[in-house]
Ligand binder design. Sequence first.
Ligand SMILES: Cc1cc2nc3c(=O)[nH]c(=O)nc-3n(C[C@H](O)[C@H](O)[C@H](O)COP(=O)(O)OP(=O)(O)OC[C@H]3O[C@@H](n4cnc5c(N)ncnc54)[C@H](O)[C@@H]3O)c2cc1C
Length: 555
Amino acid sequence: MAQRDAAVIIAGGGPAGLMLANELGRRNVPTLLLCDRPSTTSFPAANATQARSMEHYRRLGFADAVRAVGMPPDYPTDVAYFTRITRHEVARFSLPAARQARALIKTLSGSWSAAELPHRGSQLYVERVLRAEAEKLPSITLRFGWRVERFVDEADGVTVEATRVADNQTQRFTGDYLVGGDGARSVIRKQLGFHFRGEAGVARDYMGGRMLSIWFRAPELYKLIPFPRAWQYWAVNRTQRGLVVAIDGREEFVFMFQLPPDMDEASITDEWACNALDQSLGVHCPLTMIGRLPWTAGLALVAEKFQRGRVFLAGDAVHLFTPTGGLGYNTAIEDAVNLGWKLAAVVNGWGGARLLDSYERERQPVAQRNTGYSRYYANSIGNFTPAPEIEGEGEAGDAARREAGIYLNRHAREEFNIPGITFGARYDGSPIIASDGIREGGGPPPDRANEYIPSAVPGGRAPHAWLGDGRSLYDTLGFEFSLLRLGPNAPDVAGFAKAAAARGMPLTIVDRPEPELGELYAASLALIRPDQIVAWRGDRVPEDVDKLLAMVTGA
Ligand SMILES: Cc1cc2nc3c(=O)[nH]c(=O)nc-3n(C[C@H](O)[C@H](O)[C@H](O)COP(=O)(O)OP(=O)(O)OC[C@H]3O[C@@H](n4cnc5c(N)ncnc54)[C@H](O)[C@@H]3O)c2cc1C
């Protein structure tokens, strides 16, 4: 193939495509992103950025920019449950405001030993940050308003045919690799012929069926709700369930409700949707409609393959969630992180061909795991039916609400406190992870949603620590591979550095003499990948260090 337009072409400018552009652009990889929309998303779909995504934003230098978007800094991110949102509050999980996050995370340990807390801010705003950051990178070209139609994967490159939406002008673009971050209806996945496997069409009382989200402006709504502010307001009753999510903390909200099974969504008027909202609120609320989005709950689907040849898929193109647990966009971000450094390493000459093969091997099991967790939460909230007396007066009503409160308080803490899910994903068995083998202290920690056990067993997130000078251990890592020398007796690593240099593999040596860090990693040396995953650990430089480096770089 002659002169290329880009090394990597990305189809889609949602979270997956934009994050990938950031990862590639930070490594100076010539990248062309084509997106059929005129700009970033015009609807507030996802509402939660999990802590692990925030750690990746921190690594790229824009976590603070993301934390600044959404609700005002002092707005609490509580999740609260009501019979109807203006009537009885039955359960509440209090969560911190954005302003508290930076100081609070430094006081936490155990499951929450992390550099960042989650941020509850809409995808509407987060995508704008991702786009603005990508635009700063000279090797990135973003072309919004271009629809990818098809591709040809030739032995030495890909050709992509795209149409400019404004005037139907068609153009071909050439690249070394193509990544389909083009969402649930991905044309790239369809052309590859990859099918989704898993669960679809599950029916539940709530979060199982056709759903409608309406986005509206209602400056009076807070005055109607006689309870402390919350980020999510769930109405749990026997006639009109629904979820109201605060978008800007002042006047914008999204209301998500399930359509009756026999109802055609095209026939739903704004008036009908507003009436459903009023039913969930228990009061009439004057509002101005901004937009609406029909979607399907009850999916837990993962594509049978994530890659063929020079073509890769990421995000909703390969996994579809019910949004309970808030994992769809966050799993998309981690796909982009995983693929980004690998593609860049290959394009920049130090990554081997097996590096790219490891993408599907590592990410597909995580997609299966995460869709499973979402399904669990959808069942937990969607199949909960309150007692008929839930809205009644007197002792029977009080008892029904107490009982619902016990259930919903437990549910909320399960769904909205998930350090195990966000930090605990692992790549055990990956061909580019040097497993410990049989080692005292056992293998990886158990996979639990609500508990994360820091562990440096290779294949998982590098355990985090705050340093004496107030910095995060992560802030001391290099942008590509890092070798941690841990504790007071860490060995000389000149051989490591020499072997890495000989392969052109970027390696930053980080000296951390604190004894507690050696204990945390249960090793004197730990090799950390660019995505902050432990690739190897040990107490001395391996005799054949070059063999190890060949393995972790897929050579
Ligand atoms: C109501 C709702 C609530 C949600 N809540 C959460 C939540 O709280 N937490 C969470 O993590 N996730 C949530 N999600 C899921 C989340 O929105 C998605 O998982 C996420 O947007 C996936 O990102 P993506 O980049 O893979 O795909 P998308 O965001 O769908 O982006 C795909 C992009 O590709 C573009 N595109 C499509 N076809 C083409 C083409 N042929 N050529 C060029 N461009 C193309 C699209 O226009 C779009 O810009 C929610 C979803 C919904 C519907």
